[in-house]
Design a protein around this ligand. Structure first.
Ligand code: HEM
Length: 220
């Protein structure tokens, strides 16, 4: 169970790093040309071996399966640990885990999931439309990001979203490697903690630079 949680968690961290590096194209002074091109490229990836969108849909299914398995194993493990400590709720057991990030994994996970659903409804499905002009449906990915992050409370929501994402990863990344057997010495444990801290900080800064630059008018 723990191994499933670790492997799916690491896959999702890999996706986040790729997504964050893709978003750095927003920083180019080309009015979104590279960013839109990148999005277009992802839709036609592996064409003509497979038709356009097939790779993207396969990747979406893969991400969904990872998220579902991650949540399922988390629920199972939480239930098991609750029973082991005489019915006390694992998430609130201050004594079992040390750091704030470790004790709040369930809550950061819930905020992360809600933030992700909002994110997909806003930028992918375009069902939620804060910042978008009414009736306009042919917005490019760059237009959507620019319009969305022009709204102060959307940026504030992303700050909260990213705090949850990065707290979750700060504990989860090291924990995943330890589960998979990388915890061979006190030194390696320390190294894993530092690595997790660096990845969480990189994602926090990398994901929040574009929204803050857009809101402050530096981009766009
Ligand atoms: C502020 C930083 C972010 C920006 C600017 C951003 C931007 C975008 C945009 C524009 C899309 C739609 C792409 C398209 O239609 O071509 C997208 C999709 C997506 N984003 Fe983000 N994103 C950010 C943060 C995140 C975070 C933190 C997560 C996960 C926790 C995430 C997960 C996803 C997922 C799963 C998709 C769907 C990919 C697909 O199926 O096309 N994003 N993002």
């Amino acid at each position: 169970m723990k191994a499933i949680m670790a492997v799916t968690g690491l896959c999702l961290i890999g996706f986040l790093l790729m997504h964050m590096f893709g978003n750095t194209k927003l920083l180019l002074p080309d009015n979104g040309a590279e960013f839109n091109e990148y999005s277009h490229y992802l839709r036609r990836f592996l064409y003509p071996i497979v038709p356009p969108m097939w790779f993207l849909w396969a990747f979406r299914v893969f991400l969904l399966v990872c998220i579902a398995l991650h949540m399922w194993s988390a629920a199972k493990l939480t239930g098991r640990k609750s029973r082991n400590v005489g019915g006390a709720r694992y998430a609130n057991k201050k004594t079992m885990e040390s750091s704030f990030a470790a004790r709040t994994m369930i809550w950061s996970g819930v905020i992360l999931l809600l933030g992700l659903i909002m994110h997909l409804l806003h930028y992918t499905a375009q069902v939620l439309r804060p910042g978008y002009a009414p009736g306009v449906t042919d917005l490019t990915p760059y237009d959507r990001v620019l319009a969305g992050f022009g709204v102060w409370w959307v940026v504030l929501a992303y700050v909260i979203f990213m705090v949850a994402v990065c707290l979750h990863i700060y504990h989860g990344c090291a924990s995943a490697f330890i589960t998979l057997g990388a915890n061979v010495s006190a030194g390696s444990r320390k190294l894993l903690k530092s690595l997790s801290g660096i990845i969480a900080a990189l994602l926090f800064i990398g994901f929040l630079v574009p929204p803050v630059m857009i809101l402050s008018g530096v981009i766009g």
